[in-house]
Design a protein around this ligand. Sequence first.
Ligand code: PGA
Length: 258
Amino acid sequence: MKTHSTRLIIGNWKMNPQSEASAVSLYKDIARTSAKRKGVSLAIAAPFVFIPALAHSDKKKSIVLCAQDASAEPSGAHTGSISLPMLKSYGVSMVIIGHSERRAAGETDEQVEQKAKAALKAGMAAVVCVGERARDKQGDYFGFVQGQVRSVLHELPKAHLRRLTIAYEPIWAIGTGNTATPEDVQEMKLFIQKCIADSCGRAAVSQVKIIYGGSVDPENALSLLEAGNADGFLVGGASLKAAAFNRIIEISSTYATA
Ligand code: PGA
């Protein structure tokens, strides 16, 4: 199956760092060394409150601004929520949807579906996270991931597929140091591609990027690209250390352009 030559690398800062000054400094350290790497599309998912400062500090728009969530509602009485138009007004063009930490806080497949569809309809790129809590010997976790993927693809307009990315993030690998093996990643990528083909037709498969997240670091990045065939990474912990994140980007660029 066709893979994507450009790798998508997203730094998911989660609820870090703790000040605007630290956020801008980290962002600049990443932009300075890695923003122009060939073969890599680079995005940072910063906390909402830092987005205006990051947008202001990056006049060249060398890094894609990504949000960690967004409301499916366009406006109105939704205390604490942030709308897609608000994000767009700051140049945000990508949104992570359904991260397992949000699903653990109560977000349902239905809400993930609505948010992803709203983001895609608004012309944004949507990065929808899927992944099992644990693996069982019978392989029931495949059915679990299939349910999450199918729900997002349900009646999705075909024209929106090319802005959709699926991030396979097994929960047992997030922040634990227990990375999935390249074989696990390759197998799940093929499985997700089969789900896409079943729901949207074979032509849809090459339009959707399938990236991996869960304890990605400079040591495991190359094998996850080479043997895992990941279209990129969603990086949590390592994206808060400029040196480690820049190294992951460099490895991905070298691999993509080799
Ligand atoms: P991690 O987080 O790289 O720290 O495991 C990944 C994520 O949750 O997106």
